[in-house]
Ligand binder design. Structure first.
Ligand SMILES: NC(=O)c1ccc[n+]([C@@H]2O[C@H](COP(=O)([O-])OP(=O)(O)OC[C@H]3O[C@@H](n4cnc5c(N)ncnc54)[C@H](OP(=O)(O)O)[C@@H]3O)[C@@H](O)[C@H]2O)c1
Length: 249
């Protein structure tokens, strides 16, 4: 996997999957803009990991639910780099909101971060991706809940299903510009987000998985890096599932 000379923006890179992706892209030779929302300490740790791979980090703060903040982040990126080769829309929230308890405000917040945020990021960095030209690529981090529903309730599943539609639309419209757009749909990953679920739900997840375990951030980060690389140069508009075989289609 070779991303030498590329410049990537990874949203939600202060911790979790985003931090693993940022490090993996740096290991493959890319400079990385590390976006964070509230966890500056986490973002600094990711920056140190990128530097340890010999690549240059750039720290950017924004609330992905706020279009003005995302536009400002794209402006900062334009001033610092002038163009962008790779975008990973990873920032997300997965609160458990059941059908009976969810409020309109909770519904809107979940949609705002998980669906509107990736749209704003792509919309406002598009001029920069256009400048990068051939070889530019976007990966949206979805979830298998967009296909099957899941334990987090209707808002998270609807947001991630909307993200699948955004990926397909972007892939069709931006393909002619040389910009590939795909989604990675992880099943449960060993993470604080999943550990917050009830123990019975966690046991059921492993038992229902043909590989009998949940995944790791490293496994998902490897897939994201590969999808962004020239090795995946003819893959566009796809939802790639990584879940140990729970969902097959
Ligand atoms: N963990 C799983 O099992 C799993 C499975 C399938 C899909 N996914 C998806 O993978 C992605 C990452 O998940 P994770 O487990 O790594 O989550 P995580 O550890 O909770 O990290 C979430 C990241 O999103 C950022 N974020 C949250 N709200 C934000 C906002 N309003 N504006 C901007 N950034 C915001 C956080 O920034 P700060 O920390 O700086 O506030 C953090 O960097 C998400 O899209 C999630 O839906 C995860």
């Amino acid at each position: 996997m070779n991303l030498e000379g590329k410049r990537a923006l990874v949203t939600g890179a202060s911790k979790g999957l985003g931090a693993a992706v940022a490090q993996r892209l740096a290991a493959a030779g890319s400079d990385v803009a590390i976006h964070y929302h509230s966890d500056r300490e986490g973002a600094d740790a990711t920056a140190a990991a990128v530097r340890a791979e010999g690549r240059e980090p750039l720290l950017l703060q924004a609330d992905m639910a706020e279009p003005g903040a995302v536009a400002m982040m794209a402006d900062q990126l334009a001033q610092a780099w002038g163009s962008l080769d790779l975008l990973v829309n990873n920032a997300g929230v997965a609160p458990v909101h059941s059908w009976d308890s969810i409020t309109p405000a909770e519904w809107q917040k979940t949609l705002a971060v998980n669906l509107h945020g990736p749209f704003f990021a792509l919309r406002f960095t598009l001029p920069l991706l256009r400048k990068a030209g051939e070889g530019a690529a976007v990966v949206n981090i979805g979830s298998v809940v967009s296909l099957n529903g899941g334990s987090f309730g209707p808002a998270y599943a609807a947001a991630k299903a909307g993200l699948d539609g955004l990926t397909r639309s972007a892939a069709r419209d931006l393909g002619p510009l040389g910009i590939r757009v795909n989604s990675v749909l992880p099943g449960p990953i060993d993470s604080p987000l999943v550990s917050a679920l009830p123990a019975a739900a966690l046991q059921a997840m492993a038992a229902q998985t043909p590989l009998r375990r949940i995944g790791t951030f490293g496994e998902v980060a490897d897939l994201v890096a590969w999808l962004l690389s020239p090795a995946a140069g003819y893959i566009n508009g796809q939802m790639i599932i990584i879940d140990g075989g729970r969902v097959m289609h």
